[in-house]
Write a protein that binds this ligand. Structure first.
Ligand code: NAD
Ligand code: UGA
Length: 458
């Protein structure tokens, strides 16, 4: 097949890889190339062991890779050869200087813009796919127009809304695709070219356009609203534990109001992942920058509750296990920040594990996909940590099991068999409310869930 258009993506991470694989899969006549400064990542994308675990991803990569999807290291060449460039580099929270611990670190985006300017020999459409503070497009435009050549650049904002663990599903059938642009003739033409790509598989009514600043801001706000729902339900879970109300019943009753909706109301040990915290901090930083201190502190409280939920979980473990964890064996089921991903960035499991180590517990970690990341997350922790893939073996000989990720597998365990292999009294702290708690209690476990009364034999 003759390839019609060339698309490049700079950044081969959790977003760049899957989102470009989807474009290649849906547009077989487009040549899609993904580059990264991290050569190991590119090697992994070209291997049988993809760097990102996502249900369904392997299938579409295998179908497209080498045909119209390419993972390459020659960034300069690829910039020269492609006219549509997505920027999907990381935008972590700044750890230094002005705005440290709040603002987005834009050095990777800026370096990418400079690279694009340096190696371009023809006009390009540059698309922000990374999550960026509102007004970043202005900085990118200024960099790209700083050399007075005849090459023209149109900058678009096209934030990505996929979630990890459901990336393929979300990319294939998104709630919406948002494209922000300037209103100039050339920008509108660029916008139409991007619409043409998505329209291959997404109904036009789901492809919405806006001004470029609304688009940048909408992405931060969507994440802030999602995180706010999690913190809202978690704050109420604390009250449920004091009052014998049950958080699942409350969430159901509240969520059935169609104005509120039932999604994102699962109480747990708090949200993790690379984006919620960083994007809210970024939003709060922007508000402070514009002197909107009350607005900033409103959003910061979402993060405060998230931290409080994790501290509450640990305090409860310590309290229920007679005030000491020293020398006790604690099994952690699930290290990923959510099910169906190997990603552990900002996973509550990291914080919980470190707190248990500080209490001198011996910890045994089990996760179906995230073991490699867990090992590197805890590499600097001085404590007794074992990594055991089989959850039965991991729990055997332990005093307690903590469920920290909502992997489906943990719902289906043989708890009778597990109970027999554990030290008594045996404890389960279900940080995701996924087990059949009455059944486990009847087997003999002391069961502590989030936002529910304790089921305790002691
Ligand atoms: P990531 O860290 O997994 O990937 C970013 C990649 O960019 C890295 O592999 C890095 O080596 C590469 N990179 C950095 N500078 C580069 C340069 N100058 N040239 C070439 N490559 C470069 O990050 P991610 O999770 O894919 O997130 C990327 C962006 O997308 C972030 O802004 C994030 O907020 C946003 N986002 C992430 C998700 C998600 O689920 N992870 C979802 C929506 C949006
Ligand atoms: C989130 C958003 O859902 C995506 O739309 C967005 O594109 C992405 O961030 C991003 O910008 O990176 P993600 O972090 O991958 O996606 O996963 P979520 O499903 O949002 O879960 C985030 C955290 O909240 C997880 O730790 C999850 O366990 C927790 N959560 C979620 C709850 O505790 N309760 C819920 O009801 C829902």
């Amino acid at each position: 097949m003759k390839l019609k258009k060339n698309i490049l993506c700079i950044g081969a991470g959790y977003v760049g890889g899957p989102s470009m694989a989807m474009i290649a899969y849906k547009c077989p006549d487009y040549r899609v190339t993904v580059v990264d400064i991290n050569g190991d990542r590119i090697d992994a994308w070209n291997s049988d062991n993809l760097p990102v675990y996502e249900p369904g991803l392997e299938k579409i990569v295998k179908k497209t890779r080498g045909n119209n999807l390419f993972f390459r290291k020659d960034i300069e060449n690829q910039i020269k050869e492609n006219d549509i460039i997505f920027v999907s580099v990381n935008t972590p929270t700044k750890t230094y200087g002005a705005g440290a611990d709040m603002a987005a670190d834009l050095q990777y985006v800026e370096k990418t813009a400079r690279q694009i300017l340096k190696y371009s020999r023809s006009s390009k459409i540059v698309i922000e796919k990374s999550t960026l503070p509102v007004k970043t497009a202005l900085a990118i435009e200024k960099i790209l127009s700083s050399s007075k050549g005849r090459i023209k650049f149109d900058v678009l904002s096209n934030p990505e809304f996929m979630a990890e663990g459901t990336a393929v599903k979300d990319l294939e059938n998104p709630d919406r695709v948002l494209i922000g642009s300037r209103e100039t003739k050339s920008a509108l033409n660029a916008r139409n070219q991007l619409i043409e790509i998505y329209a291959r598989w997404i109904p036009l009514k789901k492809i919405i356009t806006s001004n470029i600043w609304s688009s940048e801001l909408s992405k931060l706000v969507a994440n802030a609203f999602l995180a706010q729902r999690v913190s809202s339900i978690n704050s109420i879970s604390a009250l449920c534990e004091k009052t014998d109300a049950d958080i699942t019943e409350v969430a159901k009753a509240v969520g059935m109001d169609s104005r509120i909706g039932d999604k994102f109301l699962k109480a747990g040990i708090g949200f993790g992942g690379s984006c919620f915290k960083k994007d809210i901090l970024n939003l709060a930083y922007l508000c402070e920058y514009y002197g909107l201190n009350e607005v900033a502190s409103y959003w910061k409280s979402v993060i405060k509750i998230n931290q409080y939920q994790q501290d509450r979980f640990i305090a409860n473990i310590l309290h229920r296990m007679f005030g000491t964890l020293a020398g006790k064996k604690i099994c952690i089921w699930g290290f990923a920040f959510k099910a169906d991903t190997s990603d552990t960035r900002e996973s509550p499991a990291i914080y919980v594990a470190k707190k248990l180590i500080a209490e001198q517990a011996e910890i045994i970690i089990s996760d179906p996909q995230a073991m490699k990341n867990a090992v590197s997350d805890l590499a600097d922790s001085k404590g007794t940590i074992r990594y055991v893939e089989d959850p039965y073996e991991a729990a055997s000989g332990c005093h307690a099991i903590l469920i920290l990720t909502d992997w489906d597998l943990y719902r289906k365990m043989d708890f009778r068999k597990i109970y027999r292999s554990m030290v008594k009294p045996a404890f389960i702290f279900d940080g995701r409310n996924i087990i059949e708690r009455e059944k486990c209690f009847d087997i003999g476990f002391n069961v502590y869930s989030i936002g529910k009364s304790a089921l305790s034999h002691i």
